[in-house]
Design a protein around this ligand. Sequence first.
Ligand code: GLV
Ligand code: MN
Ligand code: MN
Length: 397
Amino acid sequence: MVADFEAMWAALAPVGRSAASGGYFRQPWTSAETELRAWFTEECRARGLRVEADGLGNVVGWWDAGEGPAVLTGSHLDSVLDGGAYDGPLGVVSALAAVDRLRERGVEPARPLGVSIFAEEEGSRFGLACLGSRLATGALDWERARELRDRDGVALPDALESAGLDGRVDPSLLAGVGCFVELHVEQGRGLDDLDAPVGVATGIWPHGRWRFEFTGEANHAGTTRMEDRADPMLTYAMTTLAANKQARLSGQRATFGRVEVEPNGTNAVPSRVTAWLDARCADEATLTGLVAAVERQAADRADRDGTTLVVTAESVSGLVEFDADLTRRLAGAAGWPALPTQAGHDAGILAAAGVPTAMLFVRNPTGVSHSPAERATTADCLAGVEALADALGRVVT
Ligand code: GLV
Ligand code: MN
Ligand code: MN
């Protein structure tokens, strides 16, 4: 088991890795992600799993056994820009290794067991997180998705085509799924603080992404008197401070992690600043209130700066509470600690679509994620595989 896990991990390690940072660039429908999908398909076939895929890059390897509603487990292979090795791939490699463990134990599933990958979980290319699972569950229409463009202006259908995919949404891919279990590296210090290698998730905080477009007037950085400017950078700068303060005051999360400036010249007052707010709160009313407060302060400041502001919600996900019964069966006799997460996951999309869903977390000693510093020890990863195999063994028989 150790050898299988380590061999799979070693095969993935170089794919999309930046020599400069040691982080990963596995944006969906690029060569790195296409290579990972081919690797996954090959690993499924090597285990005799029947592979089904849609035209988006969502793939399921089926262990056709027994009958009735299927158990699905898996995660994603794409990364954020300069991401860590574990966010996504750990759940995929662990799912394949758990299938191996079940077979070593002689388990004969009474119902089908699928290992899945979902495309563009991070939304790092087209801006909408969990794009693959949203389309596969019907939470998002293809008519809306097809209009999405990446930072270079490439439309989603063209990106898919260049990766050899036809964009076909196939609702039958998940039609027989009775429950979903996602194993994931923990993205904070919760398990490290509790001194536990593995945990279960209680739910996902409501969260979303909002695009703030600040428009002003381009002008000369030297000859324009300070009082004559309409500088959208100032409005943006105050807005990012306001978001930080607002979130701190209420114990929530607000981040401006992406910003585009036009024309982005050193010696010119910019004409436009576009920035994306990522906000996450313990409940939906607090999230709505937080975003409204940031928007109100940004608009007040825009009035004073002589700039204008347009705010557009790009994606908003409600509170997710994982299935209590399934979670109890996951924790089993081990009694793994339970903790909420502020991170989004395909598991949240499946839960919102009415599929009983639960998650297992593996300890992250750095507590850092969405960064090259993300970590998990091999011993903890193997404990995660055992926990997943135990859990799957309980739900497939
Ligand atoms: C995905 O990992 C997210 O929480 O944004
Ligand atoms: Mn993830
Ligand atoms: Mn992530």
